[in-house]
Unconditional design. Structure first.
Length: 125
């Protein structure tokens, strides 16, 4: 009888637990390891930003990058990295790029054209 009761409790808790977690979730900004650079022209040939040509590129590392990496899967072929074991994921025609290296370090890149308000890539090979 105790085994049946225990099994029943496990099933009930398992079924309810995701709902409890979802109902306890709150929208909160978390600290993140983020670096950025503003520039003009292109990432391949950057110049000083100007009033008419200003872009921003972001590099995110740590937990925020890990969450992004896991959300944008699956892995894709990376034509830039020659290192074995590096995992590469991208979205939106590679406007968002995330990698995970062999040391479990997650890094993501993305950017914006601030003049036009459009998403652009934040990294090149």
């Amino acid at each position: 009888m105790k085994t049946i009761l225990l099994a029943f409790l496990v099933v009930v808790v398992s079924a309810v637990a995701p709902e409890v977690l979802a109902s306890d979730w709150k929208f909160i900004y978390q600290p993140a390891n983020v670096s950025y650079s503003t520039y003009g022209n292109s990432l391949g040939d950057p110049t000083a930003p100007s009033r008419n040509d200003k872009k921003i590129a972001f590099e995110v590392k740590g937990q925020a990058a890990r969450e992004m990496f896991e959300a944008i899967g699956p892995d894709r072929k990376d034509s830039c990295s020659q290192e074995l074991g590096v995992r590469f994921r991208s979205k939106d025609e590679e406007k968002i790029i995330c990698t995970k290296n062999t040391k479990e370090i997650y890094t993501c890149y993305f950017g914006f054209d601030l003049k036009h308000g459009k998403s652009i890539g934040g990294s090149i090979c």
